[in-house]
Design a protein around this ligand. Structure first.
Ligand SMILES: Nc1ncnc2c1ncn2[C@@H]1O[C@H](COP(=O)(O)OP(=O)(O)O)[C@@H](O)[C@H]1O
Ligand SMILES: [Mg+2]
Length: 450
């Protein structure tokens, strides 16, 4: 049998308590009752509930005393129903983790709806936490949300090659999740307890790159008063994430090739070489093959690093991932911004599916984060979306045949007349023409009211 959700009602007004109890029992909830602070605390010691409905003014004290006692365990699982609704108490209750503060008299619908919302939200939260703990040590890929077959294959491949020592090349447009994947590979490999060092090839000035990566000995250059092992050595038996590898200068490219071939590093001005044990995961958002053809990237280095390669397709080419990822970020926003946004309107989903996402998952993530800040209801609607996304949708949707200026003029005049219900004065104003000219146009285009 399915477990019924259980609710404790703490209320000293027996009439009200019974009436709430009846409403809830009719909806198949299991209901417990308490009429004082004392009995509430006793009951909560013996039983676990999914939710508590809590009155503030009780005969032997304040409901806030109950809340204080249980706020840790019942975080987000207490709904206050109070007659003496001062703002101060409400604020304090919410701060202590109460889910909602309802003022008496409360309509049945409101109680039922709030209860239902609470239970659904807590279930989602629970599922998410169980999912994460189940995956736990088994896989570090749980941060990567996907539904597409393409991503499934990528993750399967990544798991297979995680424990090898060969260099991996991850390619894909910006924001597709290259770094996220690199981290997941590191965290699932035998190197997971060793460092993961990120090097952004674009951000190190060329003059510093060599010493930064491969280290230097004292006196290697004027400022070198001490020695530095370089990031490749600092990573030890860990992983180096070499981001935007196409940005490496020709000099560093050739040094890197030598390191990869020999497995050894020679710091600047040092006679001795050191063995390199770190594994390299390189990433690029440019097509290296094209760069090789143009002579902008070393061919031999390219062949060396591309043996194990993973290409992450742009988001627009794996559309089935879009909504699950959007819902995931909405879920996160709900938690971090204490919101209760439950869904995206269908038209919004459709727009998301049609949009091209040039910034890929990063763009989607930022978008959800930003719009959820301004949504106060339970749904993200079209009006919440920035115009840049909607405009693209329109131009996507209707590929109209090309038309002449006259045709467009006629259409526009008709549109405006219709929407003003043939108010000539208003239409002329909107169109920015005089009243005589609008009459002329109406005649010219043979426009009739019906
Ligand atoms: N499949 C995914 N599921 C969840 N978050 C993702 C996914 N792909 C990317 N992200 C998130 O999007 C952002 C950009 O990803 P990142 O790995 O930095 O992309 P890249 O390195 O390709 O530019 C990060 O915040 C990352 O956590
Ligand atoms: Mg990146």
């Amino acid at each position: 049998m399915k477990k019924r959700d259980s609710i404790l009602i703490v209320e000293d007004d027996s009439l009200l308590r019974n009436s709430i109890k009846n409403i809830l029992e009719r909806r198949e909830y299991k209901v417990g009752e308490a009429n004082s602070v004392e009995t509430a605390i006793q009951t909560l010691k013996k039983n676990v509930f999914d939710l508590i409905l809590l009155d503030i003014t009780l005969k032997d004290g304040s409901g806030m005393d109950v809340l204080r006692k249980v706020s840790n365990i019942y975080k987000n699982r207490v709904i206050i129903i109070s007659g003496t609704g001062t703002i101060d108490i409400a604020v304090e209750a919410i701060k202590m983790g109460a889910f909602a503060f309802l003022q008496k008299p409360v309509a049945r619908d409101v109680i039922l709806e709030t209860v239902k919302k609470n239970i659904t939200l807590n279930k989602k939260l629970n599922d998410y936490q169980t999912l994460i703990s189940e995956l736990g040590d088994k896989s570090k890929f749980e941060d990567i949300i996907f539904k597409s077959l393409q991503m499934k294959k990528i993750i399967e491949k990544a798991i297979k090659i995680a424990n090898l020592d060969n260099t991996i090349l991850i390619s894909g447009e910006t924001g597709t999740g290259k770094e996220l994947l690199a981290r997941a590979i590191h965290n699932t490999s035998k190197r997971k307890n060793k460092p993961l060092i990120t090097i952004n090839s674009a951000s190190i000035p060329d003059t510093l790159a060599e010493s930064e990566l491969f280290g230097f000995e004292t006196g290697a250059f004027t400022d070198a008063t001490s020695s530095f092992p370089g990031k490749f050595i600092l990573a030890g038996n860990g992983t180096i994430f070499l981001d935007e590898i196409s940005e490496l200068s020709p000099l560093i490219q050739s040094k890197l090739l030598r390191v990869l071939e020999s497995g050894e590093i020679s710091p600047l001005k040092s006679a001795k070489t050191k063995k390199m044990n770190a594994r390299i995961i390189a990433a690029t958002n440019k097509d290296l093959e094209t760069l090789v053809k143009k002579g902008l990237f070393r061919k031999d280095l390219y062949y060396r690093i591309k043996q194990l390669n993973i290409h992450i397709p742009p988001l627009r080419k794996r559309k089935t991932d879009i909504i699950p990822i959007a819902e995931h970020f909405l879920f996160i926003s709900n938690i971090t911004q204490s919101k209760r946004i439950e869904r995206f309107d269908d038209e919004v989903k459709e727009t998301f599916l049609q949009y091209s996402w040039p910034g890929n998952v990063r763009e989607l993530k930022n978008l959800i984060n930003e719009i959820s800040l301004f949504v106060s209801g339970s749904e993200i609607k079209m009006k919440h979306l920035p115009s840049s996304i909607i405009i693209q949708k329109k131009s996507f949707k209707k590929k109209e045949p090309l038309s002449s200026l006259k045709e467009i003029e006629e259409k526009q005049i008709l549109n405006v007349l219709k929407s003003t219900n043939f108010n000539i004065k208003e239409s002329a104003k909107i169109l920015g023409i005089s009243r005589p000219s609008i009459y002329k146009k109406i005649k010219e285009f043979n426009i009739e009211k019906n």
